[in-house]
Design a protein around this ligand. Structure first.
Ligand code: PGA
Length: 242
């Protein structure tokens, strides 16, 4: 089974969220893979209400390490859990770059999510400069080892490999580049005791490149940004041959 995840970033109001799911739930009934949506926090409740008892999961794009307290502007993993959310994105490259999130902080977030019985989706990936310096594997390995350092091996986890240079740029990794990175990531995960962890690819996934990427043996699904905002394009990605 693959996982198709939608990262909506700072898009979609509660009303737009409800509208999207009204159409998507109807049209996705024949899909058998796992589907996960990450709406902005202001639309969590709309997602929870729209998805109800459906088999479609949803989660947070980011949470704070503590479930409550004096943390102005942050989001609570406990509230997410109470509303029925199941996943949390941790360490998306936009969080790392724009908000200065370090591996040490992300390890704590992964720990918080795991402790609550939710599934962390840890995002990793190299910048263009790092790729050009042939540091791709080293960067991924460090982000994995440090990001997973506070949780017990074997627990629920999904990893999303998102090369920073491919996010929102229209510049997708070639199937070979993605496969090579995924293979190395799986090797490290096995070493850390997470042998069965699914590794998703993210970065400019579109309906026209989904099939070729999914044909790679180590790509277990996608984390999709831009192309997940429209029902049609996200459905086409989920339905790409695999
Ligand atoms: P993109 O974003 O599909 O728009 O490149 C992916 C992501 O940021 O998760």
């Amino acid at each position: 089974m693959k996982i198709f995840a939608a990262n909506w970033k700072l898009f979609k109001s509660p009303r737009e969220t409800r509208q999207f799911f009204l159409e998507f739930k109807e049209k996705s009934q024949s899909l058998r893979d796992e589907l996960v949506f990450f709406p902005p926090a202001t639309s969590w409740e709309a997602a929870a209400e729209s998805l109800g008892e459906s088999k479609i999961f949803w989660g947070a794009q980011n949470i704070w390490t503590d479930p409550q307290g004096a943390f102005t502007g942050e989001n609570s993993a406990q509230v997410l859990k109470d509303l029925g959310g199941r996943y949390v994105l941790v360490g998306h490259s936009e969080r790392r770059k724009l908000f200065g999130e370090t591996n040490a902080l992300l390890a704590k977030k992964v720990q918080t999510v795991s402790k609550l019985g939710l599934t962390p989706m840890l995002c990793i990936g190299e910048t263009l400069e790092e790729r050009e310096k042939k540091a791709t594997n080293a960067v991924n390995e460090k982000q994995l080892r440090e990001g997973l350092s506070l949780i017990a091996a074997g627990g629920p986890l999904v990893v999303a490999y998102e090369p920073v240079w491919a996010i929102g740029t229209g510049r997708v990794a070639t199937p070979e580049q993605a496969q090579e990175a995924h293979l190395y990531i799986k090797k490290i995960l096995k070493d850390l005791g997470f042998a069965d962890t699914k590794v998703l690819y993210g970065g400019s996934v579109k309906p026209d490149n989904a099939g070729i990427l999914l044909s790679q043996p180590s790509i277990d699904g996608f984390l999709v940004g831009g192309a997940s905002l429209e029902v049609k394009s996200f459905l086409e990605i989920c339905q790409a041959k695999h």
